[in-house]
Design a protein around this ligand. Structure first.
Ligand code: NAP
Ligand code: GDD
Length: 343
């Protein structure tokens, strides 16, 4: 008899949580998702999956609520995706970020240790751990960590706790060191989605200009739908381990701007330097992009480019969507949303 597996997803209302819930439901899992109370929730990312999973109220920061859920639901696998996930915000709320993004992982691990050490756990670790200084690329599992933000420092603590509990207590605990991954479900304050929304609104005459911070930063951007597959794969292996997940391509923020405008039918030409840099519509000469220093961060990660050979070799994983396809997918979705009056 095939016994249904059960997964507990923290962060199920977020970008990755929604794709992962969808995937695990398709694989026949019972899925339980953690949801913290908020004033209004429409579960737009989950769509129809909302009715196929069980949502339980609780909070990442509360031992008692998490323990109650884990004791009652008895999951086989926990996917810990919840976090304060915005790097820029972590400079404004460093202590909350340390609690939500770092300490919460201790809480989960302690609960697993106390309740059932056979529960497997996936931790949403990050390429931010590397710090991305030029010369360190391509980053792989052996690249030294050099975090540049409160967010990355909190995730670094979490990374080591996962490793420690794996090595000290034999808990099946994995870190997925994921490079940036995006989608039409990406939060609106991450740079790719901020760009595609702005371009769609500019095209519809609803917005004048797109304001950004550091456009020289380089990121290895993949598609969230591809990346959740590998979260699942990590927990199906015989041995728990840590893996870099990336596309192996890197592009500047400026290139993402150019590509998004291109999909929407514009060609951007650049003028000026540093804070005075502007992007103009080649056809009309109208300024469509400018720098606003408000979006610069006190600490920056200049260059991320991942080497995913270990994941390819051990997990048999390769990303299907890379830069151009990703920008097109996000851009077309936001053009449609603007047309429907949703943005
Ligand atoms: P996201 O869209 O920001 O989702 C974060 C989720 O965490 C949301 O569901 C949020 O709930 C939940 N959450 C935050 N604080 C909570 C709390 N105190 N209690 C319960 N839930 C809480 O992030 P994502 O892009 O899906 O990323 C998922 C994870 O992967 C995060 O840990 C992130 O740091 C990590 N990561 C992401 C990337 C990437 O490029 N996307 C790369 C590497 C690592 P609300 O809906 O209530 O806000
Ligand atoms: N958000 C934002 N807004 N970023 C901007 C802007 C802007 O207006 N202008 C320039 N940037 C630059 C940032 O300074 C950064 O170098 C780059 O765009 C990407 O920023 P984000 O999209 O906010 O993502 P991130 O790379 O800082 O962090 C994301 O990826 C990490 C993995 O590397 C998040 O998803 C993290 O949770 C994740 O761990």
């Amino acid at each position: 008899m095939n016994i249904k597996k059960k997964a507990f997803i923290t962060g199920v209302t977020g970008q990755d949580g929604s794709y992962l819930a969808e995937l695990l439901v398709k694989k026949g899992y019972d899925v339980v998702g953690l949801d913290r109370r908020c004033s209004e929730r429409d579960y737009w990312r989950l769509g129809e999956t909302r009715n196929k999973i069980k949502i339980i109220e609780g909070d990442l920061m509360e031992y008692e609520s998490l323990r109650r859920i884990i004791e009652t639901e008895k999951p086989d696998e926990i996917y810990n995706l919840a976090a304060q996930s915005h790097v820029g915000s972590s400079f404004k709320t460093p202590l909350t970020t340390l609690d939500m993004t770092g300490k919460s992982v201790w809480i989960l691990l302690e609960i697993i240790r106390a309740v059932d050490q056979k529960i497997k756990i996936y931790q949403a670790s990050t390429s931010e751990l590397f710090g991305g200084d030029p010369g360190t690329e391509p980053q792989n599992e052996k690249t030294p960590f050099n975090p540049h933000s409160p967010y990355a420092i909190a995730k670094l603590a979490a990374f080591h706790m996962i490793k420690l509990y794996r090595e000290s207590y034999g808990i099946f605990a994995c870190n997925g060191i994921l490079f940036n991954h995006e989608s039409p479900r990406r939060g609106e304050d991450f740079v790719t989605r901020k760009i595609t929304i702005a371009v769609a609104r500019i095209k519809a005459g609803k917005q004048e200009v797109l304001e950004l911070g550091n456009m020289d930063a380089k990121r290895d951007w993949g598609f969230a739908g591809d990346y959740v597959e590998v979260m699942y794969e990590m927990l199906q292996q015989d041995k728990a381990d840590d893996y870099v997940i990336s596309t192996g391509e890197t592009h500047t923020v400026r290139e993402f701007v150019e590509e998004s405008f291109r999909v929407a039918g514009y060609e951007i030409v650049w003028e000026g330097k540093d804070e005075k840099e502007i992007g103009k519509d080649k056809k009309t000469g109208k300024v469509l992009v400018r720098i606003n220093p408000e979006f610069f961060r006190p600490g920056e990660v200049p260059l991320l480019l991942g080497d995913n050979s270990k994941a390819k070799k051990v997990l048999g994983w390769t990303p299907k969507v890379t830069f151009k396809k990703l920008a097109k997918m996000m851009m077309e979705d936001d053009l449609e949303k603007v047309e429907k009056g949703l943005l």
